[in-house]
Structure formats: structure tokens, C-alpha cells
Design a protein around this ligand. Structure first.
Ligand code: NAD
Length: 418
């Protein structure tokens, strides 16, 4: 399950817009096209009835923002959270359009959800609500129209209910494997980020074995990024969860075992202690000032801001989380000549494997984990090379290059459609 940091981020729609405008200026893309791209195609709002176990009937606000479909069906998460912000959903659906274009999967961007705290519902109420929501939006979604996925407070089981209610597995991705999900989806975002980093090293003649990494966030993305760094000889020297940073200058040796110990003991600090690992336990924020070649924020949005950007010692930022840097942090880091490999490229492995899930469902195939990993590796390498080429030609940052590539691809699709 993803964290809820985006809910605290500063006006995400303004930030998303600024990134698009900056790339459009650099690539000399016309205002008219940018205006079209900054306009959402459909906003669907529904009131979903729910009869609670005590007999009371309530209506829950449901929504789906369909940002853009020039490259294919809308694609993006469904979150169940009481505080729904339109600006946030607008930004997240635009980000999905950009991300899907950068990684080059044939999808557009969408985002949606229900204004509810699922922790206040019993499991059968949650299932009933999810199924009612599916019926309410059924005419707007579909394998070739709009393909939702899990997000904050939603998971494979909920996606399975949607697929069952709709009557077609390919209508959603992120399902549990026994409900038509794909092998490798669990690892996909962290692994995709490591494939991107390895390709960046290759392009810059950097030997991974000489590199160290500090990772903020030890959930799904942070854990698998750490694991695949270990497997590829990149030394993981610091990890952080919401409570502490743990630093092992000689490198952690087995982060999967560390994750099991964290599940058992409740925190990274307790896990390190239980396994007798020689590591320094520091406050959570210490991750930013840790000595490491790469800093990978894989937790909250806006985690790096003007208050801590100056502390960063790394020379590369690998944006595994969505929007982990504020605009101010981005500017401070640029002045310090720190390379930022952006989220729309680095964490696109998740949506790439969602695409493979959709393909497997449509073609009634089941791919092995190795097939998924091999295809993901090729897709990440191709995307990194394409962004690197724009970055080199236009002498811009990696973020502007990634957005420029996405805009060029979107413009191409738009012109071919009209
Ligand atoms: P998760 O909920 O599994 O893990 C989040 C981790 O962040 C937890 O370990 C938590 O302890 C930690 N954390 C929270 N606050 C912290 C703090 N202040 N300092 C340090 N650590 C803190 O979430 P996830 O699925 O790993 O997602 C992480 C990020 O990656 C989010 O921004 C998400 O939007 C993005 N992302 C996830 C996927 C995916 O496939 N899961 C895909 C693309 C992007």
C-alpha cells in the first residue's frame, strides 16, 4: 500500500503544471498544445450508496478524473481516503499521463477514488461499497477505456472485487496473483528503479560496485530497491522508516531478512537490534545527511524541501517516491549540481508491470517472474536511454528531459489522432 504523503504536499497541481510548462518551453512546444494537455478530458463524480451493518444508509462521494487518452486507455490508481482534493487528483492523473508516455506504455492518465476511511468499515461493508462504486462507474471504465489500479488504502483484493463485479479481469491491474495479477508486480517499482540506476551508471561509466546508496522508506518500493541494489553490488549504507534512520557504513547484507525482522518487531531500529547488526540508530531525518553516493527517497511526497535540501551529501537523487522533492528543493539541488533522476522515469516500473498484467489478461497468458523481470529491464533501459538522449541534446536537467520526451510522444499521438 502506498503512503499518504501526497495529501500533505504543497499544491501538487501547480507543481505538475510548472513541470509541463518548463519542458514545453525548452522543447519549443506550442502553447495551444500545452493548453490541451493541461485540460482534463472527463471528471466523473458519483454518490455511492452503502448500507452499513447497523442498518444505516449513507452515500459516499466517488470520483474518477480521466486526464488524457491520446496514447491509450486512461490508467491510474484508486485511493480510498476521507480527504479528497481535486487539485491532488488533477496532478496525479496528469503525472500518470506523463509517466506512461516516458516509459512508453500505451496508456493515458487517470486517478480516482472514494472519500472514505476504509478503517472505519468492516470487510463486508468495504466489499459492498467497492462493488457499488464499480457499478456506478462501470460505463466509464473498461479494458480499452480506463484501467484503474491500487493506490492509497486500496489493494489487490479490492481490485479483485472490481474485476469480478465488472466481469473482466483486464479492467483493473494490481490484482492478487490468484485473481489474475502478474508475477513480479510486488518487486516491480523498486526493481525498475534499480534498472534505471544501473543504466545511468553504464551511461556515465560508473562501476556499481564503487557506489553506496541511502534509501528513505522501507515499504514496498524502498525494500525491493534495497534488495536489488544488494544483488547488483551497490552497497546499501543507510535505510529509514518513519521512526529512525539506521546506518551501516559497511553496508547491510540481507535486507529481506531485515524486513522480516521489521515486520516482527515493528521498526527498523528494533529489527537491527534483534539481528545484532552493527548499525547506528539515528532520527528519521538523518537519512538526508548520510554520506552516500545516491540518495533514494522512497517514502513521502515533498520529503526533501528547502529545510533539508542543503544537508544532502549524495551526488545523485533517485526519485523512487512520487514527487519527493519540492520545487524549492529541486532548485537548491540543481545549484549544488546534484543529478536528479526523476520520478516519472525512475518509478515507472510499477506501471510497466501493470501493463504486462493487462496484456496477460487480454491474451489469456501467464508469464513467469523471470519473463516479467527481463521485459521490465529492457523497458527501463530503453526509457533511460531515450531520456538521456534528450538531456544530452538539449542540455537540460533529467526532469525537463523526461517531460520533454513525454510531451513529444504525446504531441505525436495527438497529431496522428486528429
Ligand atoms: P509503503 O506504504 O509500502 O511504504 C512507505 C514507507 O515510507 C514505509 O516504510 C514508512 O515507514 C516510510 N515512511 C513514512 N514516513 C516516513 C518518514 N517521515 N521518514 C522515513 N520514512 C517514512 O509505500 P510504497 O508503496 O513503498 O510507496 C512509496 C512511494 O513510492 C510513494 O510515494 C508512492 O506513491 C511511490 N510509488 C509507489 C509505487 C508502488 O508500486 N508501490 C509505484 C510508483 C510510485
Amino acid at each position: 500500500m502506498v503512503n499518504e504523503g501526497i495529501l500533505e504536499a504543497m499544491n501538487p497541481w501547480e507543481e505538475a503544471k510548472q513541470n509541463v510548462i518548463a519542458a514545453a518551453q525548452s522543447a519549443q512546444i506550442e502553447d495551444d498544445f500545452v493548453d490541451k494537455l493541461l485540460t482534463h478530458e472527463n471528471t466523473i463524480q458519483v454518490q455511492v450508496p452503502l448500507v452499513k451493518e447497523d442498518g444505516t444508509k449513507v452515500h459516499i462521494h466517488g470520483y474518477r478524473l480521466q486526464h488524457n487518452s491520446w496514447r491509450g486507455p486512461y490508467k491510474g490508481g484508486l485511493r480510498f481516503h476521507p480527504q479528497v482534493s481535486v487539485d491532488e487528483a488533477k496532478a496525479l492523473s496528469l503525472w500518470m499521463t506523463i509517466k506512461n508516455a516516458v516509459i512508453d506504455v500505451p496508456f493515458g492518465g487517470g486517478k480516482g477514488g472514494l472519500a472514505v476511511d476504509p478503517k472505519t468499515l468492516s470487510k463486508s461493508e468495504l466489499e459492498q461499497l467497492t462493488r457499488s462504486f464499480t457499478r456506478e462507474i462501470a460505463q466509464h471504465i473498461g479494458p480499452d477505456v480506463d484501467v484503474p489500479a491500487p493506490d492509497v488504502n486500496t489493494n489487490g483484493e479490492i481490485m479483485g472485487w472490481i474485476a469480478d463485479e465488472y466481469g473482466d479481469a483486464a479492467v483493473v491491474t494490481g490484482k492478487n496473483i490468484d485473481g489474475g495479477g502478474s508475477e513480479g508486480r510486488l518487486e516491480a517499482t523498486g526493481l525498475g528503479g534499480v534498472y534505471a540506476l544501473l543504466e545511468y551508471f553504464r551511461l556515465n561509466n560508473i562501476d556499481p560496485a564503487t557506489q553506496t546508496i541511502a534509501i528513505q522508506g522501507f515499504g514496498n518500493v524502498g525494500l525491493y530497491a534495497a534488495h536489488f541494489c544488494e544483488q547488483n553490488g551497490i552497497k546499501v549504507v543507510a535505510l529509514a522508516d518513519s521512526k529512525n534512520t539506521v546506518i551501516a557504513s559497511e553496508g547491510f547484507k540481507d535486507v529481506l531478512t531485515l524486513a522480516s525482522a521489521k515486520r516482527k518487531h515493528g521498526s527498523l531500529a528494533a529489527a537491527v537490534e534483534s539481528l545484532n547488526i552493527d548499525a547506528k540508530v539515528m532520527p528519521a531525518d538523518a537519512i538526508f545527511s548520510t554520506h552516500a553516493d545516491v540518495l533514494a527517497p522512497a517514502a513521502l511526497e515533498a520529503a526533501v524541501h528547502e529545510g533539508n535540501a542543503d544537508d544532502i551529501k549524495a551526488s545523485i537523487i533517485l526519485e523512487l517516491a512520487n514527487g519527493p522533492l519540492t520545487i524549492e528543493a529541486d532548485q537548491i539541488l540543481a545549484k549544488k549540481q546534484i543529478t536528479i533522476i526523476p520520478d516519472v522515469l525512475v518509478n515507472a516500473g510499477g506501471v510497466a508491470v501493470s501493463y504486462y498484467e493487462w496484456l496477460q489478461n487480454k491474451q489469456r497468458e501467464t508469464w513467469s517472474k523471470q519473463q516479467v523481470f527481463d521485459r521490465l529491464e529492457k523497458q527501463m533501459i530503453t526509457a533511460v536511454k531515450a531520456v538521456a538522449a534528450v538531456q544530452f541534446d538539449n542540455k537540460v536537467t533529467w526532469r525537463v528531459a523526461a517531460y520533454t520526451l513525454a510531451l513529444q510522444r504525446l504531441q505525436h499521438s495527438f497529431l496522428n489522432k486528429s
